[in-house]
Design a protein around this ligand. Structure first.
Ligand SMILES: *Cc1c(COP(=O)(O)O)cnc(C)c1O
Length: 487
């Protein structure tokens, strides 16, 4: 066929859009977007004719002999619809989707960290739906402060004088440094110049806050006299940073908060601490390794301590700064605070989460993060036994599914070297029975409506059960998947 004749085989934009099968796509993605996609596909087809004198493969009819041109056009419109559905599809799967986090890392930054407590979810939907007293004091009948309620809660819970809430802990560190040490020096131990995943590095944050970092000590050892000797009239702060994602072992020495605070007091230099995760309760009571507690820091005399809302605290993404009123006041009045402040949904979720801490005995039940961390191995084993047959049914003779002890971790920089005992569903390839690989299996598990995310390690695929919730949904999801035959 000549190019001219081929062009005549292309349906018009209107014909394609008016075809009945397009209505569902238009309902889902909007008319403007689908129209743009149709134009793109038509351009593709024209390019193919121009450059290769043929229609693109997806628009070719198997049998067109004996078909009238109008019939051929009808069939081509149908092919267009199929192609359109395919290219429109990935759109629906972009963005955030619910997944099962069976990676073994409970607070997984890439998978959204802490799951919210039901009380927090309720509180958030309430302020989303209705006006609220975000910055309004009912008692005084006038403007209030958005951080006030949570500051009062924290005063009771951890014994601070006041608190300031911002977008996340990185923002908290930036705001503390910019408000209290701009143009001045901040002393930090060389053993604590951490980099958190992404691009949060203490030296870079210092620069952004306009501070001069003064490193003291060595990577493995820093002594009180190192800080002492570095203090001069330009020193604005002494800073401790929790080495949350690594641990220095061997011949080591660090200065405790209490010692540093005594030095700070005697030299009249405030001491601040970036705690990272922090925990408002002593995790040792659940047999978990302890993580430093902000209330202990405040007792030791720290002037300001900062920590995340969505790490061990188990709430929404937020940065919490707690400590002396005089310093919190300076933070609240710094121009950056407005840019870094929390929105009403975050504050509502945080307030509801902190309320749960009034009943510490109920926390393992009410707070999803703690509930996952404290699940017993017996409970996980029972769950595993229940789930093995569903998994085996999915993978048939291609893989063997077994239940194995495994090691998880809390994640998000909490307790870096401590491992969390767990139980996993473990898939190994039956090499003589299949050409499927572990990567095929991982793709399959991730391909459903609710993707299941595991981890490939030592030639096996592991689904760590400590992170599972809504087991019925999990079983239903497994049932929807199927391992197609592959040669
Ligand atoms: C996690 C962490 C941060 C960053 O906190 P975000 O809430 O993720 O911004 C900063 N410092 C330390 C020590 C951390 O562990």
């Amino acid at each position: 066929m000549t190019a001219q004749a081929l062009y005549a085989h292309l349906p018009s934009v209107d014909l394609i859009l008016n075809h009945q099968s397009q209505q569902a796509l238009i309902n889902q993605y909007g008319k403007e977007h689908i129209t743009a996609l149709v134009r793109q596909l038509l351009d593709q087809a024209r390019d193919s004719i121009k450059q290769q004198q043929q229609l693109p493969l997806w628009l070719s009819l198997n049998e067109c002999d004996g078909l009238a041109l109008t019939q051929q056009k009808q069939q081509r419109i149908a092919l267009f619809s199929e192609q359109l559905a395919q290219v429109a599809q990935p759109l629906g799967s972009k963005g955030q989707r619910r997944v099962f986090n069976l990676t073994g890392t409970i607070l997984h930054t890439n998978l959204g960290r802490a799951l919210q407590a039901e009380a927090a979810i309720k509180a958030v939907t309430n302020v989303m739906r209705f006006p609220s007293t975000l910055e309004y004091s009912l008692q005084q009948g006038k403007r209030g402060h958005r951080d006030h309620a949570i500051s009062e809660q924290l005063q009771q819970l951890i014994g601070c004088e006041d608190a300031c809430l911002v977008n996340n802990n990185a923002a908290a560190v930036l705001l503390m440094l910019a408000s209290l040490a701009n143009g001045k020096e901040v002393i930090v131990s060389r053993g604590e110049l951490v980099e958190i995943g992404g691009s949060f590095r203490i030296p870079d944050v210092m620069r952004q806050a306009g501070c001069q970092l003064v490193e003291v000590g060595a990577t493995n050892r820093t002594h009180l006299k190192d800080y002492q000797q570095a203090i001069n009239e330009n020193t604005a702060l002494l800073m401790k940073v929790h080495t949350s994602n690594y641990m220095i072992q061997g011949f080591t020495s660090a200065v405790s908060e209490a010692e540093l605070c005594a030095l700070g007091r005697s030299m009249q230099v405030p001491v601040i601490s970036d705690l990272g995760s922090g925990s408002l309760i002593d995790l040792a009571q659940y047999g978990l390794p302890s993580e430093p507690m902000p209330q202990k820091m405040l007792q030791d005399g720290i002037d300001l301590v900062s920590f995340s809302g969505d790490k061990l605290l188990g709430g929404p993404q937020a940065g919490i700064i707690a400590g002396k009123s005089e310093l919190i006041d300076m933070l609240q009045h710094h121009p950056l605070k407005r840019a870094l402040r929390c929105d009403k949904m975050t504050l509502a979720a945080l307030e509801a989460t902190l309320n749960l801490y009034r009943h510490p005995e109920r926390l393992p039940c009410d707070l999803p993060t703690l509930s996952m961390l404290t699940r017993s191995l017996d409970a996980l084993t029972d769950l595993g036994k229940h789930l093995v047959p569903y998994c085996q049914q999915l993978v048939g003779q291609h893989f063997t599914v077994s239940m194995m002890p495994s090691m998880g971790q809390i994640g998000s920089g909490a307790l870096p070297t401590e491992q969390l005992e767990s139980v996993a569903l473990c898939f190994s390839v039956n090499n003589n029975q299949t050409s499927h690989t572990l990567n095929d299996l991982a793709d399959l598990l991730a391909s459903g409506e609710i993707p299941i995310i595991g981890r490939i390690h030592h030639n096996r695929l592991w689904l760590c059960l400590r992170g599972i919730s809504h087991e019925q949904d999990f079983i239903a999801q497994l049932a929807q998947l199927s391992l197609t035959h592959k040669e």
